[in-house]
Design a protein around this ligand. Structure first.
Ligand code: GDP
Length: 530
């Protein structure tokens, strides 16, 4: 590669920002995503993403889901330009769309934005997703949403964030009032006040500058409000007793900058975006199985598959493999190697995902996500690389499933297609498979209900195998060291099964059953996946 080209590549890579938005359903992820896309000019009207959001269909009706997904998938990676940055937002589906894919998506980003409903605080799904972000040590930014409604005390929210998620928080701004009394944001980072209703301030200004003491200089209407005095006190408290601002701690995912705002009324979102872009990291380096570090600016193309979307288009039965580019530049028609099989593959047909339409990739570099049409070549976690030197990135982690079903073929005469299908889908990472110790019953595990529905649908349509699934509900999966295992330890409350690598684990009925077990066999170590 010539110097010129390499400089060009470096420049392009360094302006990429790739992140996921995580939240509990209804916290406002879709709303804020839309606002961000609007700033970037990627969509023209709020409501575009919303209209694509699933939610109306019956859970069991996969064809409906599929129809919805055909569209929602295009919004699962959204790209736009803002302030000369090329931004990729990866959607992490929630609700009944929650699946292992949601977790895996977090393996493909360099930062995460956590949207919290300020009336509710930290909720379950956020906690789960947060765990994965922390494991990766990526920067986590917090947006406390719905400030236009009465919420909980800001200090209480910050305390909860720190306690529940075990991360330090740094408020970048602080609400002046909330709900009906919302006046604005006291922006500690920019030393200014952002008015909620600029038309009600002295000169209709949105930003009111503050002096060195953090106060408004001279006369101002806001100064007459008691909330103004209150926020000055609170700001002082934050400065004196709060965490210290540290870009290193932010980069290491140890300190979360917290922004307050209201996505629906588009208040504080732009400030958030602009400040976020200052601290959001450039594409990160990735480690290979041989412990080499592949820098994003290296000229050789490489990437890994983190998600496979089946049946995007019901007429074509195509699958799309989502690839995070880790180094170099993607060129249409390039030849790459798939180290798992040693096969060479030509990447001629790939799409990049935009908010409104699928477009063919033109200039994707490290940090970007491309969608590759797949006829069954790829598995989740696969590396692709160009050039001569083998690159194989580290395996993606497995996640502890929480929901379980017994599964068997409807027609016992069709064992063959049943086994073929189940093995393929397990390998692909669509579902996890376990067998009970004595009866060899097949049990499948998932992190979200949708995974079962997709499994059943794909077994029928791709492998011609009708399956019967019987729920055994939610269970706590804990692996044990085979040397410490006595098969009599299993019971109906802690079902003993083995995973596909023949490792034993218990499926505990609940926390109580797990505690009871630990009390009875204190020497047996129980471990979970992520
Ligand atoms: P998601 O499930 O996290 O994607 O949440 P949505 O973006 O769909 O928002 C859930 C609901 O909260 C919708 O009715 C939104 O209109 C509403 N909502 C989102 N942001 C705000 C906000 O800032 N203020 C208020 N009052 N409502 C909001």
């Amino acid at each position: 590669m010539t110097d010129n080209k390499s400089n060009e590549l470096t420049k392009e890579v360094k302006r990429r920002r790739t992140f996921a938005i995580i939240s509990h359903p209804d916290a406002g992820k879709t709303t804020i995503t839309e606002q961000l896309l609007l700033f970037g000019g990627a969509i023209r009207q709020a409501g575009t993403v919303k209209a694509k959001k699933s939610g109306k269909f019956a859970k069991s009706d996969w064809m409906e889901i599929e129809k919805q997904r055909g569209i929602s998938v295009t919004s699962s990676v959204m790209q736009f330009e803002y302030q000369n940055k090329r931004i990729n937002i990866l959607d992490t589906p929630g609700h009944e769309d929650f699946s292992e894919d949601t977790y895996r998506t977090l393996m493909a980003v360099d930062a995460a934005v956590m949207v919290v409903d300020s009336a509710k605080g930290i909720e379950e799904q956020t906690k789960k997703l947060f765990k994965v972000c922390r494991m990766r040590g990526i920067p986590i930014f917090t947006f406390m949403n719905k400030l236009d409604r009465d919420g909980r005390e800001p200090l209480e929210l910050i305390e909860e964030l720190e306690e529940v998620l075990e991360i330090d928080a740094y408020p970048m701004n602080w609400p002046i009032g909330s709900g009906k009394t919302l006046l604005g944001l006291y922006d500690l980072y920019h030393n200014r006040i952002e008015a909620f209703r600029p038309e009600e301030t002295n000169n209709g200004e949105r930003f009111i500058p503050l002096n060195k003491e953090g106060e408004i200089e001279g006369e101002h209407r806001i100064k007459k409000e008691s909330l103004y005095d209150q926020v000055l006190e609170e700001a002082l408290l934050l400065k004196e007793a709060g965490n210290e601002f540290s870009t290193e701690a932010i980069a290491a995912g140890k300190l979360s900058p917290v922004f307050f705002g209201s996505a629906l009324t588009n208040f504080g979102v732009q400030t958030f975006l602009e400040t976020f872009l200052q601290f959001a990291p450039e594409p990160s380096a990735h480690e290979t199985r041989a412990n080499d570090i592949i820098k994003p600016t290296e000229p050789t193309f490489s990437g890994f598959v983190f998600k496979i979307q089946a049946n995007m288009d019901p007429r074509h039965r195509d699958r799309i493999a989502f690839l995070r580019i880790c180094s170099g530049k993607f060129e249409r028609g390039m030849d790459v190697t798939l180290p798992r099989t040693g096969k060479k593959i030509r990447l001629s047909n790939s799409t990049q995902f935009m908010a409104e339409s699928r477009e063919t990739v033109t200039d994707a570099v490290a940090g970007d996500i491309i969608g590759l049409y797949d006829t069954g070549n790829f598995q989740i976690g696969d590396t692709l690389y160009a050039g001569k030197d083998e690159i194989e990135f580290q395996e993606l982690p497995q996640f502890t499933p929480e929901l379980f079903m017994k599964v068997e073929p409807k027609n016992v005469m069709k064992q063959k297609s049943f086994h073929k299908g189940i093995n393929q889908l397990v390998q692909e990472g669509a579902i996890q498979l376990y067998r009970s110790y004595h009866t060899e019953t097949y049990i499948i595990g998932a992190v979200g209900q949708l995974q079962f529905e997709v499994f059943q649908h794909r077994m029928r349509n791709e492998y011609n195998s009708e399956v019967v699934m019987t729920s055994i509900g939610s269970r706590i999966a804990r692996w044990v060291n085979p040397d410490q295992l006595d098969e009599n330890m299993g019971s109906s409350r802690n079902m003993l099964v083995r995973d596909r690598f023949d490792q034993p684990l218990f499926l505990f009925e609940n926390k109580f059953a797990e505690r009871w077990f630990s009390d009875k066999y204190p020497e047996v170590e129980l471990t979970s996946l992520l």
